[in-house]
Design a protein around this ligand. Structure first.
Ligand SMILES: Cc1cc2nc3c(=O)[nH]c(=O)nc-3n(C[C@H](O)[C@H](O)[C@H](O)COP(=O)(O)O)c2cc1C
Length: 330
């Protein structure tokens, strides 16, 4: 039997499939089922600071409409914040008693001082690592790229001062010097990077002439975006890579390991299939490794990365020139 165990961001995992941050992991029962089906670790849904602020605003608007004196509700935001934190910290405590796989907490905050407060609570509750779901949309025309990038480093610096569990950064790819930024993030003391997060995107309903949400779940066609950057990063950065987005089957997962991923994160595929789908993906990985004669993941990890491939230039190709120059294409 091939050995599927792996290290990742200072953790030891029995398998390389991590269930990504989402409500797939929002109860102990679900986490137990994921462990039973072979998951190597789970990431809990993020604590969204913005969500707490919005909930507070909506409660205050309701009270205002009833003509209440808002002075009486001065500390209400702290109350809502405590409720959100309590439910996540309780989940971490209960999960840690019930499963043996690592439980990774996740935070997404807007104001930098909150990142550190939340991080400390999650560490104290027993989280094995902390994933920073960080994304500052570069839409502010008055802020240059350096200023935006500095925000990331400031958050990492502050969180590092506060906690000692491994820190993982869940990245976006909206950076002009992406590879350099990934390297700098790793050099700032981060143990792992998730490449990449997938964000809410607006779409239009052309009948109602309204803005709506684009598809919440990814499609299998999306995985080559991270494949390129995983392959370009492997062997050149100081932290381990979790490939994410569009990994819907064992073939996509194996490709990410060949590119150099340490682990993969899976979300949409599990919403589309049953939770036991993790087992199917692992069985197929084992069958493939057996067929190829690989005893462990390190036997083939990174073999098609840019650093190790025989044709490194292919990773830097961005135009389809030759494709359109074939016979009959003018
Ligand atoms: C319903 C749903 C909830 C999610 N919630 C979070 C979240 O709280 N924090 C986060 O960092 N990512 C969240 N994500 C993003 C996923 O963790 C993942 O990065 C994304 O879905 C891409 O992976 P996939 O192609 O395997 O779905 C969510 C995704 C979905 C579909």
């Amino acid at each position: 039997m091939p050995d599927l165990s792996t290290s990742y961001a200072g953790l030891t995992l029995r398998s390389p499939i991590i269930i990504g941050s989402s409500d797939l992991t929002d109860s102990v029962r679900k986490i137990q089922q994921l462990e039973e089906s072979g998951a190597g670790a789970v990431v809990l849904g993020s604590i969204f600071e913005e969500e707490i602020a919005l909930e507070h605003e909506s409660v205050m608007a309701g009270l205002r409409a009833q003509g209440r004196d808002l002075i009486d509700y001065d500390s209400y935001e702290y109350h809502i914040r405590a409720q959100h934190l309590d439910s996540v910290t309780q989940l971490i405590r209960d999960a840690k008693k019930s499963v043996s796989i690592p439980v990774i907490a996740s935070i997404n905050c807007v104001y930098s001082h909150e990142w550190t407060t939340f991080a400390k609570f999650l560490e104290d509750a027993g989280a094995d690592a902390l994933e920073l779901n960080m994304f500052f949309l570069p839409s502010d025309m008055s802020r240059d790229s350096k200023e935006t990038e500095n925000l990331y480093f400031e958050v990492i610096r502050r969180v590092r001062q506060e906690i000692s569990i491994p820190i993982i950064v869940k990245m976006s790819y909206y950076f002009s010097s992406l590879l350099q930024l990934i390297r700098r993030i790793c050099d700032s003391g981060v143990a792992g990077v998730v490449m990449f997060n997938r964000f809410y995107s607006p779409d239009f309903d052309i009948d109602k002439m309204e803005i709506m949400s684009s598809k919440v779940l990814s499609s299998p066609e999306e995985f080559p975006i991270s494949l390129r950057w995983v392959a370009l990063s492997y062997g050149r950065i100081s932290c381990e890579i979790a490939a994410s987005t569009g990994i819907h089957d064992s073939t996509a997962m194996i490709k990410q390991f060949l590119a150099g991923a340490q682990v993969v994160q899976v979300v949409s595929a599990l919403y589309m299939h049953r939770r036991g789908y993790v087992r199917t993906m692992l069985d197929e990985l084992e069958t493939w490794m057996d067929r190829k004669g690989f005893g462990c993941l390190d036997d083939f990890r990174g073999k098609l990365s840019q650093a190790e491939s025989k044709d490194p230039a292919l990773f830097e190709r961005v135009q389809f020139m030759k494709f359109f120059q074939g016979p009959g294409r003018g």
